[in-house]
Write a protein that binds this ligand. Structure first.
Ligand code: 5CA
Length: 444
């Protein structure tokens, strides 16, 4: 992309209506634009980041054998009446009438619709388990939408649903998602901790919220610090290995405030290991057995001739919320610099020629570098404007492009001035730069 042609509407100053860093930055660099309260348009920069996050989320769903579908945003009220949630959901649900006066709604979640799809096609235990997911817009008429896309009304969510024959198999499915969430957040360069959580309007009695630490988070969390040293390395997709993984995490106290119990916390966690702080909920998984399959009559034939309701779980990731959450986690408050993790950066590298009035050599050289990197599948932006070097650097730092190639005095012959945000400048050939960037991406 040529910066002179790019639609990146940067604001001169931080917008006063934004209270937290991610909201300020997203508006400031033109990632999003509010269209009405809690509803946003995604502009090129924001959309690119969200799509990169979506791809990582999708890959990790596919890696545990989940199959992608796409359900509509608009649903009929009928199935919600069957489950009993049409009334329970209250004002958070946006209710609409069509021209035939039929009651419709903009889906806040999809347990009913997926159960309806399942019950109409799957009749035998032999077709189980089924893990299905989609990545689709949701609408919740939040009482207090705030912090930009962090708590908004229309948001992009990955929601998956599992169908199993009994509790044992259902826990296996639950644990597969538990693993895939740990892997997803790690790939996104985030440390997300699974915490015992309340189930709210989704229901059920087994549930984990995946929370990343951030002072601006809305969830208060109470943990044993040692949980931060764990990871999912070495886990395999077998019942035993995944059960061990979940137990490994569950041995440490980690809860959100709805589940907090002072006595338990003080009994289980030594004072030096206690951590009370705030976090952002980026994912939430639930096991609720037959809460939906029973009222919606989603059953399968068992081997002995009997029938039973399938056991279900649901598994959400806030794909659009993650864009803001990554900013909250990665923004360097001290130097006031954003540096996107390479895997989700709006651009991986910026090519910056120093352009003087009568000399276009640096620009020509920069275009060659740009063309080369594009051919190597590197996501690159070239600043071909005639602004001076310091304002060019300011701009890429504001946007958070993690690497820069500067074509000025310090780039001579084949050796180019190459810089990672916050680190020392080095001189490297274009081939070495491309190789280095590929290696950095593969490492994760
Ligand atoms: N059906 C279940 C799981 S698929 C469900 O809806 N879970 S949820 O309510 O916990 O939402 C899943 C994720 O969506 C949350 O963890 C959060 O990251 C994101 N999310 C929820 N509400 C909002 C909102 N108002 N704005 C932005 N993201 C949200």
């Amino acid at each position: 992309m040529y910066l002179s042609k790019a639609f990146i509407p940067i604001l001169k100053n931080n917008p006063s209506e934004a209270k937290i860093k991610s909201h300020q930055l997203m508006l400031r660099i033109g990632m999003i634009k509010q269209s009405s309260t809690g509803i946003y348009s995604w502009l090129p920069l924001g959309f690119k980041v969200m799509k990169k996050i979506e791809k990582i989320v999708r890959d990790e769903q596919n890696n545990i054998g989940a199959q992608e579908i796409l359900m509509p945003t608009i649903q009929s009220s009928e199935i919600w009446k069957e489950s009993g949630r049409y009334d329970d959901y209250g004002d958070e649900m946006l209710r609409i009438k069509d021209r035939q006066n039929r009651e419709m709604l903009y889906g806040p979640t999809n347990e009913e619709l997926i159960t309806d799809i399942f019950r109409s096609s799957i009749k035998s235990y032999k077709s189980l388990p089924q893990l299905l997911y989609h990545i689709q817009w949701k609408f919740r008429d939040e009482l207090r939408p705030r912090f930009g896309i962090m708590r908004c009304r229309e948001f992009y969510m990955k929601d998956a649903y599992s169908f199993d024959i009994n509790d044992e198999e259902a826990f296996f499915s639950y644990n597969k998602f538990f693993l895939s969430y740990l892997r997803t957040f790690k790939k996104l360069n985030l440390t997300a901790i699974p915490m015992a959580a309340d189930t709210g309007p989704i229901g059920g009695n087994l549930s984990h919220e995946f929370v990343i630490l951030a002072d601006t988070g809305e969830s208060k969390i109470f943990t044993d610090k040692r949980i931060f040293n764990l990871d999912s390395e070495g886990s395999e997709i077998t019942k035993e290995s995944l059960e061990d993984l979940r137990k490994k995490y569950e041995q440490y106290y980690a809860v959100t405030d709805e589940k907090f119990n002072k006595n338990e916390f003080e009994k289980e966690v030594l004072p030096e290991n206690r951590l009370i702080t705030k976090g952002i909920e980026v994912g939430h998984i639930f096991y609720f057995g037959d809460k939906y399959s029973k009222p919606l009559n989603a059953s399968v034939d068992l081997s002995g001739g009997k029938k039973d309701f399938v056991k279900m779980g649901s598994y959400g990731i806030g794909v659009s919320r993650l864009v803001g959450a990554i900013i909250e986690a990665k923004y360097n408050e001290k130097d006031e610099i954003m540096k996107w993790p390479l895997v989700v950066a709006p651009y991986e590298v910026a090519v910056i020629p120093v352009i003087s009035k009568n000399d276009s050599k640096n620009l020509e050289k920069a275009i060659n570098v740009y063309d080369y990197l594009k051919k190597q599948n590197i996501d690159v932006i070239i600043d071909d404007t005639d602004e001076n070097l310091s304002s060019k650097l300011k701009k890429v730092n504001l946007i958070g492009v993690p690497y820069q190639i500067i074509l000025g005095k310090k780039s001579e012959g084949d050796l180019l001035e190459f810089k990672e945000t916050g680190k020392e400048t080095t001189s490297l050939s274009i081939e070495k730069i491309a190789k280095f960037l590929h290696q950095q991406k593969e490492q994760i």
